[in-house]
Design a binder for this molecule. Structure first.
Ligand SMILES: Cc1cc2nc3c(=O)[nH]c(=O)nc-3n(C[C@H](O)[C@H](O)[C@H](O)COP(=O)(O)OP(=O)(O)OC[C@H]3O[C@@H](n4cnc5c(N)ncnc54)[C@H](O)[C@@H]3O)c2cc1C
Length: 340
C-alpha cells in the first residue's frame, strides 16, 4: 500500500478531530447498547475494535488513539516501528467510533476512563492495547534532557524523526553510540537498528565509527550482527560490547556527549539510547503491570490483576511483540471479551 499524501493525512486528522464520543459514553450503563472501549489504535487495538464491532454489531465500540497519524497507517521511517492493522477508513465504515485523545487513567469502581482532554468515558468492557513504553533506568545523568537529546526512537515516530535529523547533521568522522537495553524485542528489530545505523554511516560519513553498548550478557546478538555485517563490506568499524565487557553504562553527561561504561569513558557525536521497555504508561497508571513492567494475563489476554480488563498486543507479558502477534491478539479479542 502506498503512503498517504499530506492532504490525505490532513483529512484523516480533520475526521479524527471532528469525531467526538456521543452521550452514550458519558453516563452510567443504562438499558442502552453495551459499550466496548478500546485504548490504542496500533495493530492490536484496531484489529480488536473491528473484530468486536463485527461480532457484536449492536454494541457501541469506541477506539481511543492519541497519535493523529497512527491510524493513517503512513509508511514507517527506518527508525520507526512498522504500521499494520485496519486503518481509520475501515474502522469508520464498520461503525467503530474513533476519538483522538490520550487515556490517562481508569476508575475501575465506576468503570470510567479518564482522558487527557478532561473528559471521562463510561465503559462496560475495556480492552487495552497501548503497546510499549520506556521504563526509565536509574543511570546518573540520564535525565529528561538526555532522553530528548539522545532519542531512543524505539516505537515513537517523533523520536524517530529527531534521531534521523541528528544523524543527518553529524560532523565528519563521527563517533555514534547505539545503546541497547537488556531484553529488547523483537530481536530482529534490534539487529536491524544496528545494521541500519552502520549502513547509514557507510553511505554518508567516511571515517565514522559505531559503538554498540549492549546491556545484555549474551554474545549471540553480536555474533548474528557481525555475520550479517560481513556481507556489507562497509567501511564503518562496529565495536559491539556486551555487559561486563564495556557494554554497561554507569553514568552519562549529555552536554559533553560523554558515556562512562564498565570499560571506561567514551565520547560520542550522537547517541541512540534505548532504555528498558515495558507496557504502555496507561497500563501502569491503571494498575495492570507487575514487577516486570508488563501486564500479566491468562492465555486469552484477560488481565490477572483486574478482571474487567483484556490486554492486547505488545503490552502483554508473554507477547511475541511482532505485528502478526499483535493482530492475532486483536482478532481474538472479540471472543475473549464476549466470554469474559
Ligand atoms: C523499532 C521497532 C521495530 C519493529 N520492527 C518490527 C518488524 O519489523 N516486524 C514486526 O512484526 N514487528 C516489529 N516491531 C514490533 C511491532 O511494531 C509491534 O509488535 C506492534 O506494533 C505491536 O502492536 P500493538 O498494537 O500492541 O502496539 P503499538 O503498535 O505500539 O500501538 C499502540 C498504540 O496505542 C496508542 N496509545 C498508547 N497509549 C495510549 C493512550 N494512553 N491513549 C491513547 N492511545 C494510546 C499508541 O499511540 C499506538 O498507536 C518493531 C517494534 C519496534 C519498536
Amino acid at each position: 500500500m502506498s503512503a498517504p499524501t499530506r492532504r490525505q493525512v490532513a483529512g484523516y486528522l480533520g475526521a479524527l478531530a471532528a469525531l467526538g464520543a456521543g452521550a452514550a459514553w458519558a453516563g452510567a450503563a443504562l438499558a442502552g447498547p453495551e459499550r466496548q472501549l478500546v485504548i490504542g489504535g496500533g495493530p492490536a487495538g484496531a484489529a480488536a475494535a473491528l473484530a468486536l464491532k463485527r461480532a457484536t454489531p449492536h454494541a457501541a465500540v469506541l477506539l481511543v488513539e492519541r497519535d493523529p497519524k497512527g491510524l493513517a497507517r503512513a509508511g514507517a521511517s527506518a527508525f520507526d516501528r512498522p504500521g499494520g492493522g485496519p486503518a481509520l477508513g475501515a474502522l469508520r465504515r464498520a461503525g467503530v467510533e474513533v476519538i483522538l485523545d490520550e487515556a490517562v487513567g481508569v476508575h475501575w469502581a465506576d468503570q470510567r476512563l479518564a482522558l487527557f482532554s478532561g473528559r471521562a468515558l463510561a465503559f462496560d468492557r475495556l480492552f487495552l492495547a497501548p503497546g510499549t513504553a520506556a521504563r526509565p533506568e536509574a543511570i546518573p545523568g540520564l535525565d529528561p534532557v538526555a532522553r530528548h537529546l539522545w532519542p531512543a526512537a524505539w516505537g515513537s515516530a517523533r523520536e524517530a524523526r529527531r534521531l534521523g535529523a541528528q544523524l543527518a547533521a553529524l560532523p565528519d568522522r563521527p563517533h555514534v553510540i547505539l545503546r541497547l537495553a537488556h531484553g529488547l524485542s523483537p530481536r530482529h528489530a534490534v539487529l536491524d537498528r544496528a545494521h541500519h545505523l552502520a549502513r547509514l554511516l557507510d553511505r554518508t560519513r567516511p571515517g565514522a565509527r559505531l559503538t554498540v553498548l549492549d546491556a545484555g550478557t549474551a554474545a549471540d546478538l553480536a555474533d548474528r550482527f557481525q555475520r550479517r555485517r560481513a556481507g556489507d563490506h562497509g567501511p564503518t568499524p562496529v565495536d559491539w560490547r556486551i555487559a561486563g565487557h564495556g557494554g554497561t553504562v554507569h553514568r552519562v553527561d549529555v552536554r559533553r556527549g560523554w558515556v562512562e561504561t564498565d570499560a571506561g569513558p567514551l565520547l560520542a557525536d550522537a547517541v541512540n539510547f534505548i532504555e528498558t521497555q515495558g507496557a504502555g504508561t496507561i497500563a501502569r497508571a491503571a494498575g495492570l503491570v507487575d514487577a516486570s513492567g508488563w501486564c500479566p494475563t491468562d492465555p486469552h489476554g484477560r488481565s490477572l490483576t483486574r478482571a474487567q480488563a483484556v490486554i492486547l498486543g505488545d503490552a502483554r507479558k508473554d507477547a511475541a511483540r511482532t505485528v502478526a502477534g499483535a493482530l492475532r491478539s486483536g482478532l481474538a479479542a472479540a471472543e475473549t471479551g464476549l466470554n469474559a
